[in-house]
Design a protein around this ligand. Structure first.
Ligand SMILES: *[C@@H]1O[C@H](CO)[C@@H](O)[C@H](O)[C@H]1NC(C)=O
Ligand SMILES: *[C@@H]1O[C@H](CO)[C@@H](O)[C@H](O)[C@H]1NC(C)=O
Ligand SMILES: *[C@@H]1O[C@H](CO)[C@@H](O)[C@H](O)[C@H]1NC(C)=O
Ligand SMILES: *[C@@H]1O[C@H](CO)[C@@H](O)[C@H](O)[C@H]1NC(C)=O
Ligand SMILES: *[C@@H]1O[C@H](CO)[C@@H](O)[C@H](O)[C@H]1NC(C)=O
Ligand SMILES: *[C@@H]1O[C@H](CO)[C@@H](O)[C@H](O)[C@H]1NC(C)=O
Ligand SMILES: *[C@@H]1O[C@H](CO)[C@@H](O)[C@H](O)[C@H]1NC(C)=O
Ligand SMILES: *[C@@H]1O[C@H](CO)[C@@H](O)[C@H](O)[C@H]1NC(C)=O
Ligand SMILES: *[C@@H]1O[C@H](CO)[C@@H](O)[C@H](O)[C@H]1NC(C)=O
Ligand SMILES: *[C@@H]1O[C@H](CO)[C@@H](O)[C@H](O)[C@H]1NC(C)=O
Length: 397
């Protein structure tokens, strides 16, 4: 029994099919391309995140400075779920989490692709000593023998960090920084290798209408008189190992070689992502100088443009890119107020050039960054450090 049932539950109990399951690239061609994350970020959920949306309308999802994200199953049929609006094509995710209490209550944090590759963490409310790791390849559920249990101290009462490093070669699950499981990509049961989105939520594996095997896996029947059951998330860190604007399936094999990263490349930003992930986990903001070498060079040598029409130009060399010295120029195009600013950044070298226009728009308490890039060289189309420079720039307003 696995978390895949949350999707099935979503369909049977709530009447809402997830976008992810509506076009399966193993059987259909022309499925919509998946929006690429192609960067790294940390989120503490003190307020609603623009990168996630409610997948179901049930239960309650709350954000606060004190409790961060709370996802509550308050009554039967509730299955509060957040789903990312981006995909990773290999990458690393970490969550600092308290699992929900309650026999038969399942807390989950997992990656899932449109063709049902999956990498999971799952906690059962009635199990105060373990967490389960699991994976699926191309939706093959012939056997349910991929799950493994790992010892962890009272996950409903003690905060822990749970990490999945999904690399091309192998996937490693970590608890509080200690590797507890490694899956080689040569596994005879297949290996996740297609763009995955991120989901988290709470559902009742122990609902009496579920199959007996499901209820047993979930640790017994759910007693709704004990509700509400809340899972808490204090922080997530996410890094995408690939670059580009979108990821799509070139054929119906579901194999990584068939995945096309438009305006980027599969695994195209691995070393940057690893660096960014470590910085974000430490609590550093990668908007701030110490991140990739180009932004370090820029931040240490110049001040940013802060007024309309102002432009700064800097020269830097990326440690991951020994061929070219980049010249970068940032110009503020428009600044209608502190809450609405449009920038452009041009990067050029002897090998490539790109321009990126980015907008920062604030409304109420939420701020949205959006950007588009034009480049003559796919490999450098998305320069992650440029994005963070924008953020750093924006924070000066
Ligand atoms: C998500 O659901 C919560 C209630 O659970 C609601 O307060 C919030 O407004 C919803 N957000 C969106 C974007 O629908
Ligand atoms: C689970 O129950 C224990 C004991 O009542 C409580 O201390 C803990 O805060 C609860 N955990 C959550 C996530 O609600
Ligand atoms: C999770 O990891 C971060 C970064 O290493 C650390 O600051 C935090 O204390 C960890 N949380 C727990 C519960 O160990
Ligand atoms: C396994 O990883 C290697 C690179 O380390 C890669 O060449 C190979 O294609 C991968 N195989 C699968 C099935 O992902
Ligand atoms: C690939 O993964 C295998 C199994 O974990 C490991 O033995 C090997 O060293 C890895 N190779 C690389 C290049 O990382
Ligand atoms: C599904 O997995 C089983 C068990 O690992 C394997 O025997 C079978 O060939 C797989 N089916 C497909 C269609 O890959
Ligand atoms: C551009 O911004 C810099 C740094 O804030 C400032 O020193 C400079 O005077 C500005 N130039 C113009 C033309 O506004
Ligand atoms: C938005 O921010 C204001 C000022 O900090 C605060 O009073 C208000 O409660 C916030 N609203 C939400 C929905 O967080
Ligand atoms: C890829 O780049 C081209 C050229 O800049 C652009 O027109 C196109 O929209 C980009 N693709 C996506 C999916 O954004
Ligand atoms: C840069 O880092 C310093 C020290 O960590 C911090 O005080 C400052 O607010 C950061 N600036 C930005 C723009 O993130």
């Amino acid at each position: 029994m696995t978390i895949r049932t949350i999707a099935l539950l979503g369909i049977s109990l709530l009447g809402t099919a997830s976008a992810a399951s509506s076009c399966n690239p193993l059987s259909a061609t022309g499925c919509a391309a998946d929006t690429a994350l192609a960067t790294s970020f940390a989120e503490d959920f003190t307020q609603e995140s623009s990168r996630f949306y409610n997948e179901t309308d049930s239960g309650s999802i709350t954000y606060s400075t004190e409790s961060h994200l709370g996802m509550t199953l308050a009554e039967r049929y509730d299955a509060p779920t957040l789903i990312s609006d981006f995909y990773l094509m290999y990458g690393r995710v970490e969550v600092e989490l308290l699992a929900a209490n309650g026999t038969g209550i399942v807390s989950s944090f997992f990656l899932q692709s449109d063709d049902l590759d999956e990498l999971d963490w799952e906690w059962l409310g009635g199990d105060t000593t373990q967490v389960q790791s699991n994976y699926f390849s191309k939706g093959n559920t012939t056997t349910y023998d991929r799950g493994e249990y790992h010892t962890v101290t009272s996950p409903q009462q003690t905060w822990h960090n749970y990490t999945i490093d999904w690399s091309m070669n192998a996937t490693t699950w970590y608890i509080d920084g200690v590797a507890v499981r490694t899956l080689a990509n040569s596994s005879s049961q297949g290996y996740p290798q297609s763009p995955m989105l991120l989901r988290m939520g709470v559902w009742a594996g122990g609902d009496s209408s579920n199959a007996a095997g499901t209820i047993e896996w979930a640790g017994g029947e759910t007693d709704y008189t004990q509700a509400p059951f809340t899972m808490y998330v204090r922080r997530i860190v996410v890094a995408d190992y690939s670059s580009g604007d979108s990821y799509s399936y070139g054929d119906t094999s579901g194999d990584w070689e068939s995945i096309d990263a438009e305006n980027g490349s599969v695994y195209g930003r691995y070393s940057e992502a690893v660096e960014e992930f470590d910085l974000l986990v430490e609590g550093s903001t990668i908007s701030n100088s110490t991140s990739t070498s180009i932004s370090a060079a820029i931040s240490s040598s110049t001040s940013y443009a802060t007024t309309l029409g102002n432009s700064t130009t800097t020269t830097a060399q990326r440690s991951s890119d020994t061929v070219a010295t980049e010249t970068e120029s940032t110009t503020i195009l428009e600044s209608s107020s502190a809450t609405n600013t449009r920038f452009t950044t041009a990067v050029s070298s002897s090998a490539y050039s790109s321009t990126r226009t980015s907008t920062r728009a604030s409304s109420g308490n939420s701020t949205t960054y959006s950007a588009s890039t034009n480049s003559n060289d796919g490999t450098h189309a998305i320069n992650p450090s440029i994005f963070f420079i924008f953020m750093s720039l924006a924070s000066l307003f």
